[in-house]
Design a protein around this ligand. Sequence first.
Ligand code: HEM
Length: 82
Amino acid sequence: MNFNDFTGRKIAYQNHSSEEVVEMVEEGEMPMSSYTLIHRDAVLSAAQKEALTSWAKAIQDTIKLHYPADSLVLRRPNAPSK
Ligand code: HEM
C-alpha cells in the first residue's frame, strides 16, 4: 500500500485500502510486529489507533457519498463481467 499514489488509483482500490487500514490497525496486524519488535516507538497508542481508523473511515464516508456502490467493488483485471 503506497499513499504517494493513493488518489491516482481506482476509487474501488481507495475504498478497499481504507477498509484494510481500519481492519489491520484495529486487529493489531499493522504496523507489522516484526518491525515494532525492534522499533518500539512505532507501536501505536490507543489514541493514535483511533486517529488512524477515524481518518480511514472518513475517507470511506466521503467516497460513499460521491460514488455509486457498484463502482466500489474491486474486480480482478481479467474476471469475466456478469
Ligand atoms: C500504521 C502503520 C501501518 C498501516 C496502517 C499499514 C497498513 C497496511 C495495509 C492496509 C496493508 C494491506 C495492503 C493491501 O492489501 O494492498 C499492508 C500490507 C503490508 N504492510 Fe503495512 N501498514 C503499516 C505499517 C507497516 C510497517 C511498519 C511494516 C513493516 C516495516 C509494514 C509492512 C507491510 C507488508 C510487508 C505488507 C504486505 C503484507 C502481505 O501482503 O502479506 N506495514 N499494510
